[in-house]
Every structure is written in C-alpha cells, then in structure tokens.
Ligand binder design. Structure first.
Ligand code: GAP
Length: 550
C-alpha cells in the first residue's frame, strides 16, 4: 500500500510517496517519488497521479479486442445465451434448420431493419416487395432452376463424405476431405418440393423458393408502374429461401432454410452509374490474380475501377456500398475482401459476379454475391409467360428490356455471424465475455438496475423501464450483485446499464455504464431517453453525454 511520508532534510520538510512491500519475508519501505514541500502540495500531486493511473486503466479496458473462436464454439455460445437453437433439438435435431431464441429474434430483426433502412427507406431509388414463398412452378422453369442446376449427388467411397459435383466433373474430381473416389448417387435436387392442394390426384407439384430474387422479376412490371419508378432503380426484398443443401454445415453459414436480403437493380442497357462510389479500400482478388496464383491486393475500389480490374462502375458502386454497410455497423474491415468469380464458377444467369467475402474461422467464404444478371431473367419470364415485360422510354420513344446490372444478395444468417464473430470478446480483466455489438444491433438496448432491492429504488427503476420501454427493448434486473448484473448484460451485448442509486433518490438522476469501456456517467432522469437515443445512434460521444463518475 502507498502513503505520504514527511522527510526532514537539512531542516526542511519534503513529502514523498512511500510503499511498504514484503520482500523475501521482510517488510521493506520504498520511496516511489517526490510529491512536494507541503502536505497540501503532496496530496494534490498524489490525487493527480491516481487519476492518471485510473484513466490509463480505463484506456487499457477500452482496447478489448475480439477473441478468435471456432464456429462450433460460437454455436454453443449462441445456444447458451438464448440466441439460436438447433431446430427440433429435443428430438435429436434436424440438420440445416435453426430456431431463434428471445435474443436471436431481436438481433435478427434489428439486422434486417438496419438493412432495410439503409437500402430502401433512406433511398429514393429503391422500393420493396414481399413475395410468396411458394409460387407458380413455371417461375422455376423460366429461371433455369429446374433445368440448369444439373449437379450430381456424390458420396466418397472411402470416407462417406457427401457432396455434389457438376456433371462435367464426374469421374474427374476426388473427395474434398480424403481424395478418395466419388460414387454417383444420381441427380442432385437443389429445390425443396411440395404439394399444393389437399387431394393428391388434383394437387400441383411446386417448390419452396431457393432465392427471393425471382419474385422480384415476376412482379417487376407491376412495381415499376405502380411505384412510378424511373431508371435506374431497384426492388428489394427480405425473406426466406430454401435449398436442399447436401451437407449443411458451419452453423448458420450453410443451412437448408435461411433468409436472404436481395436487391435487383434495374438499368436501361448501357446506363452509367450516376452515384459517387464510396471511398472504400479493401483486399481485391480478381480472376487474373487467381489464375496467376497471386495474392489479393489492398486497393481503393475506385482505383480498381480506373485500372479496369472491376469492369463496371455499377459493380464498383455496389461493392463499396455493401462493404460500407458492414463497416458502419461495427464489422472489422480487415476481415473483408472482394473476389471475382472464375468463369466456370459463375451461375448460369450471370455475366460477371463479385463476392464480398469474409474471413470466417473456417476460411475466406462468400458473404454476399453481387452478380450482373443482364437481361437474362426478364427475357426468360417474357418468353415463358408470353407477357411483355419491356418498358417504354418516353425520350427515345423505344421499348427496352431493362438489365439487372447488379444483384446484391446477402444471407441474413451469414451477416449475423459476421457481427457475432467481430464483436465476441473474452475480457480477462472482467472475467466474462463482452459482446461488442453495435447498439443499433443489440437485442437489448439498456438494462435498468435498482442498486439494492428497496421500494424507493425500485420505484424509480420501474418508471425508467416504462419510459424507455416505449421506444426500445429494455430489461429490468434486480437479482444478484451489481457486478453479476453487468457481466450478464455484457455477455448478451447490452450497450448500456442504468443504475438507480442513493443519489438518484435525492437528485433525480441515474448512472449509465458503457459496456465497452465500463466508464460511467450521471444524467438526469428527465433527459435519459433523449440521451440514450443519441448514444444508440452514435450522435453523441459517451463522455460528452453526462457527468463522468469517478
Ligand atoms: N439470387 C442470387 C442468389 O441467391 P447465391 O449466391 O446463391 O445467389 C446469395 O446466394 C446469398 O445467400 C449468399 O451470398 C449467402 O449469403 C446466402 N446463402 C446462400 N445459400 C445459403 C445457405 N445454404 N445458407 C445460408 N445462406 C445462404
């Protein structure tokens, strides 16, 4: 322990900071530094030193960094905390299907809301739809899903691993896991089949949609006319998609039932991008670099466009826009890259595709696909439905069939994993996990605690809960020590903990604790809701939002 001591040197008083330590079984006193010539001066300096030390500690705490964990560990964490459970787990589970718990559904909804706000509500050029999951079976003939996905289901003769291969690859490729030979298991059916109609002989065979996109194409003409959209414009949709994945794996990454957030962005053929390309820098992995076995290069996306690495301004614009959406919601930019599809990798409808990839614990993988679909889909639906889907251009007085120059297509589950991995921190100092989610995504925005279980504290806490509850998902917690309550909320990503204490009774104020730094401020109850709104939306710095509690 350190304390102030007075020393007399040549008849004068000098004050020092001294510490007593037990060294080798003996207590020894060590002077830690000179503090001044008077006791007041010494006390003042000591206070400053202590303050500096506390701030340094806070600075260190501020730097908690994400902890690398495996996808299995993440699945365990999500189950333990009530985010996501294996579907049908009490019956042994059902591969490729997941259920969202009370925190998972809030997180998922917040994520989709943020996507919709950014891509639809805040833009004038994109409107939304919500199409049905089961639609006319002809849609899937026209889209090419029935005929063009001609993969063959295979199983390794040596290790039993199940996969699918392109029909041209059969006999040429070996098992991904053990290099054994594959056995042909017949056609691989990527779509889930269902029967529409209760009487079998009258029923129609249909499919659960494998992508939301087709409903946008089939409704294109109605939406364009009703919403009076002028080119360039987009139609967005969030909804479920189903795929008969042969080997669902890696938690939400590859499931059989999942959600997509998709935009079909329509232009008149050759129309240029009128928007400024966001100034984003990212690792870029072109076809050329992949063919030549080179490493991806870090570059501004706009530079890649100027150098011809990215061919179309639209592709540069959407890649940068999508990357910025992730960054603005707190994802770690260093875990992202963009990769161009190789020729044999592109879907049957795409002329050029770039993926936004993320460094998952199991490697770099597709997070979001951004394909140039040209006029493939509208011409197919025009052909199959025999309906005119072209649009009359008032200026040129010509009919045109629009092109989908970019289709940003993102899986909700994959995006959710990105935010979970980039915010999961095991804080050794605190002894618990801190889930540093952006407050906009956090399932619970604030937890409200009475410091002790006494009616006068609980009354104020309940009033605060009622007021904040009108706007956000907030919780009330009065069980356990205050430290335990902080830890519980750190682990589920609650950004702010609000405590009603002694001072609240006298001065009608509360403390707010910041999850990431553990700093606390004191604010008036009457201003709390407004301050919290600004903090959640990052319109106010935490330190400037109230009086810092020492
Ligand atoms: N409409 C285009 C389309 O569906 P895709 O690359 O097959 O393209 C788009 O899928 C996105 O949907 C992927 O980038 C991924 O985020 C998500 N996705 C695809 N299959 C998935 C699966 N089995 N499980 C979870 N997400 C999946």
């Amino acid at each position: 322990m350190a304390f102030i001591v007075k020393k007399k040197i040549h008849g004068n008083d000098y004050f020092y900071l001294r510490e007593s330590k037990r060294i080798g079984g003996k207590v020894k006193s060590i002077d830690l530094g000179y503090l001044g010539k008077t006791r007041e001066e010494a006390e003042k300096r000591l206070k400053e030193r202590l303050k500096k030390k506390i701030t340094q500690k806070i600075e260190i705490k501020k730097e908690i960094l994400p902890t690398k964990i495996s996808v299995e560990e993440m699945a365990m964490f999500c189950k333990k905390k009530g985010f996501i459970y294996q579907s049908g787990e009490i019956y042994g589970g059902f591969a490729g299907f997941w259920d969202f718990g009370h925190l998972g559904v809030e997180l998922n909804n917040n994520l989709k809301n943020e996507w919709w706000k950014f891509h639809v509500s805040q833009r004038k050029d994109i409107v939304g739809i919500d199409g049905s999951i089961i639609t006319h079976p002809e849609v899937w003939k026209a889209s090419g899903h029935i005929d063009s996905f001609m993969d063959i289901a295979v199983q390794c003769k040596k290790c039993g691993y199940k996969s699918k291969v392109d029909k041209h690859e059969l006999g040429k490729v070996k098992c991904d896991k053990c290099s054994g030979d594959y056995e042909n298991k017949g056609h691989f059916y990527p779509m889930m089949v269902t029967q529409v109609g209760p009487i079998e002989e009258d029923s129609i065979k249909s499919y659960l949609r494998p992508e939301t996109a087709q409903l946008i194409f089939t409704n294109f003409k109605f939406v364009q006319e009703n919403a009076r959209m002028k080119f360039p414009f987009g139609i967005a949709q969030i909804g479920k998609a189903f795929r008969n994945e042969i080997a669902p794996r890696d938690f939400l990454f590859r499931s059989r039932e999942f959600e997509q957030m998709e935009i079909e962005y329509f232009i008149e053929p050759e129309q240029k991008c009128p928007y400024e390309i966001p100034n984003e820098e990212i690792l870029i992995y072109s076809v050329d670099a992949q063919v030549k076995n080179k490493e991806p290069v870090k570059m501004k996306i706009i530079e890649a466009l100027k150098k011809g690495i990215i061919k179309k301004d639209w592709h540069a614009y959407w890649l940068a826009t999508e990357f910025s959406w992730f960054k603005n919601l707190g994802a770690n930019a260093n875990n992202f890259r963009i990769r161009q599809h190789m020729t044999d990798e592109k879907s049957h409808y795409a002329t050029d595709t770039w993926d936004l990839e993320y460094k998952f614990p199991f490697g770099w993988k597709e997070l979001e696909g951004i394909a140039d679909r040209g006029d493939f889909d509208l011409s197919q639906h025009q052909k199959f439905s025999k309906k005119d889907l072209s649009v009359f251009n008032e200026e040129t007085k010509k009919k045109i069939l629009p092109h989908v120059v970019c289709e940003p297509s993102l899986g909700v589950g994959r995006a959710l994993l990105v935010f979970m991995f980039d915010s999961y921190c095991e804080d050794k100092g605190r002894g618990n996990v801190v889930l540093k989610l952006s407050p906009k995504l956090s399932p619970i925005k604030a937890a409200i605690f009475p410091i002790v279980k006494r009616p006068e504290f609980e009354k104020i806490a309940e009033e605060v809960l009622k007021d904040l509850g009108e706007e956000w998902n907030v919780v009330y917690d009065k069980s356990g020590s205050i430290g335990r309550r902080y830890a519980r909320n750190d682990e589920i990503g609650t950004p702010f903990c609000i405590t009603v204490d002694e001072e609240s009774l006298k001065k009608k104020n509360v403390t707010i604790r910041d999850r990431d730094t553990t700093k606390q401020i004191r604010v008036k109850v009457s201003e709390l809701r407004d301050i919290l709104r600004k903090l959640i939306n990052k319109k106010l710095k935490f330190e400037d939002a109230g009086k810092l509690v020492k």
